[in-house]
Design a protein around this ligand. Structure first.
Ligand SMILES: [Cu+2]
Length: 170
């Protein structure tokens, strides 16, 4: 009896100490370089991109996102289907243990559906993430112009003249 009690006490102590050192997903996952996509006036939707860096030895996941900037916020990815690139809503965005997950144009993103106002360069979009353990992380994503078709080589600092409408170049 005494031995059982001792073993039980030891188990409790172990559980307590590991719980003490366990970090929430929010504490373990860093949000690096978040940004939201500037959209021409009147566009109903936009998206946000960033890199999640997980310093924990367990995997974590973002299960939802919210923002006051749009009516609905969803987690999305892009898939290739019948030669077309389409967006799909996903239930969560996984972040591997001691690894990172990159959200970028043409890939994973946080989707703003039903924008309440235009997203212009210079604004900041508040975003709150909820992780699989219920912990939350809030941050601001600065609005940037993103050229989808031209990658890397474009000088991103070269801004078009202010007041000029943006035309899509295909
Ligand atoms: Cu989307």
């Amino acid at each position: 009896m005494n031995k059982i009690l001792t073993t039980f006490a030891a188990a409790v102590a172990l559980t307590t100490s590991s719980a003490l050192f366990a970090q929430t997903a929010s504490e373990s996952v860093m949000v690096h370089d978040p940004y939201a996509r500037a959209m021409p006036p009147g566009q109903p939707n936009s998206g946000a991109f960033m890199t999640f860096m997980n310093s924990d030895s367990s995997a974590h996941a973002v299960v939802s996102a919210s923002s006051p900037v749009s009516k609905v916020v969803e987690l999305h990815t892009h898939i290739h289907e019948n030669g077309m690139m389409m967006m799909r809503r996903i239930e969560k965005i996984d972040i591997p243990a001691n690894g990172e997950t990159v959200l970028k144009p043409g890939g994973l993103h946080i989707m703003f559906i039903g924008l309440k106002h235009d997203l212009k360069v210079g604004q900041n979009v508040p975003v709150t993430l909820t992780f699989e353990d219920g912990s939350k992380k809030s941050f601001e994503a600065p609005v940037r112009k993103i050229m989808m078709k031209m990658k890397m080589k474009m000088d991103m600092d070269k801004k078009p003249m202010s007041g000029m409408p943006m035309h899509k170049m295909h």
